[in-house]
Ligand binder design. Structure first.
Ligand code: ATP
Ligand code: RIB
Length: 298
């Protein structure tokens, strides 16, 4: 039976410093405490989905350095199927430098390392066995993304793409995507339209539908999400919470949407479920560490 979800993406170690305000170019500021956390969009989404009850297979490329090995221990602890996790001697594991300001906003610079060495040849057909949905992001090579989409289309597996970090995507690539989940800036990069009101949200969604994407969820931070498909065009509000660190809010949202779809929830239920999970994550520091467990809500 096809009941697994497959996430192929990045694993990073996040080096996080809290600060009152982000430094301006050329400025040094004294920050608060330093935290080293497990991160990477792919790994964050995999952990979020597993904590919410999904049966998750995770494929990434890590180095054989201490960061990669610690990340791997974390994946085992979270119960991920890492049978096809790749390890390399030749490249360092991914690292992200993150600054979080007093409003809980973040600035992130990623040293991709091994993540950008995850090539199509590293993605054998066997990883797609028993898989119902595949979730990808943009922290691995575009050539690999393209290969995965084509493979899934040929196998009849639905592809969910969280297009982060944002880059312009061509129509050949968009055509093979079932669900796309850009945030506001990613929406503007991909469609040329900043989604600031219902009309611009729908205009951006239409561009994505016309490119062949069936389901569109634009995430809007504390304003929730805009969901659009052939029968819906609706805003779903976020839960009201006090945000302390929004790092990985999008990742928790994506892991939760994937889980909800694998469970057969309808679109509105799925968006509400994912908003609830992401709202909990922003009340806690870190990336994977902020992802809620299923028993924490509903
Ligand atoms: P990030 O890059 O910080 O991980 P993102 O930019 O990819 O996130 P957002 O649109 O900021 O994605 O957030 C994703 C979802 O998380 C939102 O749609 C919302 O449901 C939830 N969320 C984010 N920020 C808040 C907040 N301050 N309060 C409640 N929910 C939030
Ligand atoms: O989405 C948050 C993640 O982006 C961080 O964990 C960092 O590693 C970068 O990949």
């Amino acid at each position: 039976m096809k009941n697994k979800v497959l996430i192929i993406g990045s694993s990073n170690t996040d080096m996080v410093v809290q600060t009152q305000d982000f430094p301006k170019p050329g400025q040094t500021v004294l920050g608060g405490i330093f935290l080293m956390n497990a991160g990477g969009k792919g790994a964050n989404q995999a952990v979020a989905a597993a904590r919410l009850g999904a049966d998750v297979r995770f494929v990434a490329k890590i180095g054989k350095d201490i960061f990669g090995q610690e990340a791997k221990k974390g994946f085992v602890k979270e119960g991920l199927d890492i049978t096809y996790l790749l390890e390399t001697d030749d490249f360092a594991s991914g690292v992200a430098l993150i600054t979080v300001n007093a409003k809980g906003e973040n600035e992130i610079v990623v040293a991709s390392g091994a993540n950008m060495e995850l090539h199509p040849a590293d993605v054998p057909d066997v990883i797609f066995e028993e898989v119902a949905f595949v979730l990808i992001q943009l922290e691995i090579p575009l050539e690999t993304i393209s290969y995965i989409i084509t493979k899934c289309n040929n196998l009849g597996i639905k592809v969910l793409m969280n297009p982060a970090p944002g880059i312009k995507l061509n129509e050949a690539l968009l055509k093979g995507i079932f669900l796309i989940t850009p945030n506001e800036t990613e929406t503007e990069i991909i469609t040329g339209i900043y989604p600031y009101d219902a009309a611009s949200m729908q205009q951006a969604a239409e561009i994505l539908h016309n490119a062949g994407v069936e389901q569109v969820i634009i995430t809007l931070g504390s304003s929730g999400v805009y969901f659009s498909n052939a029968s819906h065009a609706t805003l779903i509000p976020a839960r009201q919470v006090e945000a302390v660190d929004t790092t990985a809010a999008g990742d928790v949202f994506n892991g939760a949407i994937l889980t909800a779809l694998a469970e057969g929830k309808d679109w509105i239920e799925a968006c509400e479920f994912a908003c609830a999970a992401a709202a909990i994550s922003v009340t806690r520091p870190g990336a994977q560490s902020s992802a809620p467990f299923r028993e924490e809500f509903q």
